[in-house]
Design a binder for this molecule. Structure first.
Ligand code: T4K
Length: 393
């Protein structure tokens, strides 16, 4: 790691990269290796690898307890969890979603011949604007999917009120919000159900994995059937279904990672705080904060670059990449500007001004247990030099 003091030290100006190894936004957080290997040995001894095994059952109970919710139904990944939840809720026709989200939220609908209708976000919170949702309701609308982007909750009360008023189902894509709360209540307790992702790059991972959290027993039972081809006992298929099951190895990773969850929160919080301290007083640069009265996982360090910044967002990204800092432009350019949805709605952008403005100004910075304070400071010093020097890249 090299210290950046002047513009001549930047890799875009011909210097060696600040970091020899690439820094990533989604470097996995990995728990105790010996504990994981012990699980692996036990799984092999039992020769029970998947299909509602004992580790998966124990893991489901721990996730449900952690989120203080009645049911956790684990799945092979967050996208399958979304698809199964959408189908179990009987959504069809049109469903309102934000465009400013990971594309899986929209794909989970499109994949099932349901039309995702994009509503705009609030430009401060980056989550669905309830007034914009209202404007997109048609006679074909059957549901709303809010996304707790960056782990910060959507306005669930306002969205629930709209859903109730119009007879719509509300579900939440809580993929980034493991362990977070809204007004003191844990994520997982809102809408009809909420969906988590345990992908390798998430705050909490099971290699690949996901889950649906719900307090609705009937819904939970339906989703359990659906993730296992609709089987109820041997030879007895009583529901249409697919294969959404979590493996024992994935559940074991989850058990081990749960044991070190507070270390991950502490590392993320410390990194976020360091970024906040080091990136003050830069023109056109601000960092998204977290509400300290809530439970947060601090997994996303989101830097916003406005027109007052002398260097553009994309110039910053190019410069950081040259120095081996693989920052991301999540969730640029917005789903509505990606081919499958651009083909569906070529003019959607006219109704999504906040989405376009936010998507064009975001840089997500590396954090997690793979980053220490010195690395965070080095990333910040690079950003400071880049902006203070005011040089086009
Ligand atoms: N809804 C929302 C709101 C979501 O954010 C997501 C997932 C979903 C639904 C769907 O859940 P899953 O079906 O994925 O469970 C990543 C993840 O693939 C995706 O899970 C996540 N959201 C999204 C926000 O980010 P990419 O395109 O950034 O992935 P990738 O593979 O480029 O990884 C990011 C960085 O992390 C890379 O630069 C390299 C590094 N990395 C990655 C992996 C896989 C590692 O260091 N180690 C690894 O094992 O999408």
């Amino acid at each position: 790691m090299k210290l950046i003091r002047t513009a001549q030290d930047l890799a875009i100006n011909g210097a060696a990269p600040a970091f020899e190894q690439q820094l990533h936004v989604g470097r996995p957080n990995i728990g105790n290796r010996d504990a994981f290997m012990k699980y692996v040995g036990d799984i092999f001894d039992r020769r029970w690898l998947t299909n509602n095994g004992p580790v998966e059952q124990a893991f489901e109970q721990r996730i449900a307890d952690y989120h203080q919710v009645k049911h956790c139904i684990t799945m092979s990944n967050g996208t399958i969890a979304l698809e199964i939840a959408i189908r179990a809720l009987g959504m069809k026709g049109e469903v309102i979603v934000p465009s400013f989200t990971f594309v899986a939220t929209a794909h989970a609908l499109h994949w099932q011949a349901i039309t995702p209708v994009f509503a705009d976000i609030n430009s401060v919170t980056h989550t669905l604007d309830p007034d914009a949702v209202r404007r997109m309701i048609t006679p074909c609308t059957t549901g709303i999917i809010g996304v707790h982007l960056w782990g910060r909750s959507v306005q669930v009360e306002a969205l629930q009120a709209i859903a109730d008023e119009h007879g719509l189902k509300l579900m939440l894509d809580a993929a980034p919000a493991f362990g977070c709360s809204h007004k003191g209540t844990m994520i997982g307790n809102f809408g009809e159900c909420e969906v988590l992702s345990f992908h390798a790059t998430k705050f909490f991972n099971t290699f690949e994995g996901g889950a649906v959290l719900t307090n609705n027993e009937e819904l939970a039972e339906t989703m359990r059937l659906m993730r296992n081809f609709g089987f109820s006992g041997l030879d007895n298929v009583i529901h249409p279904g697919t294969n959404g099951k979590m493996t024992e190895i994935a559940a074991a990773m989850g058990m081990v990672n749960l044991d070190s969850i507070s270390d991950v929160i502490n590392a993320n919080r410390r990194n976020h705080q360091t970024y906040l301290e080091e990136l003050t007083d830069l023109p056109g640069i601000s960092l998204l904060g977290y509400d300290e009265s809530e439970r947060n996982n601090y997994q996303y360090v989101v830097m916003e670059v406005s027109a007052e910044c002398p260097v553009t967002r994309d110039q910053i990204v190019r410069a950081l990449h040259a120095d081996n800092i693989r920052v991301r432009r999540y969730f640029w350019p917005g789903c509505h500007r990606m081919k499958p949805y651009r083909d569906l709605y070529p003019h959607a952008g006219l109704l999504l001004p906040n989405t376009q403005q936010v998507a064009d100004g975001i840089v997500v910075l590396p954090t997690g247990t793979a980053m220490d304070v010195d690395m965070v400071r080095a990333v910040c010093s690079l950003i400071r030099v880049l902006i203070k020097n005011d040089r086009p890249v």
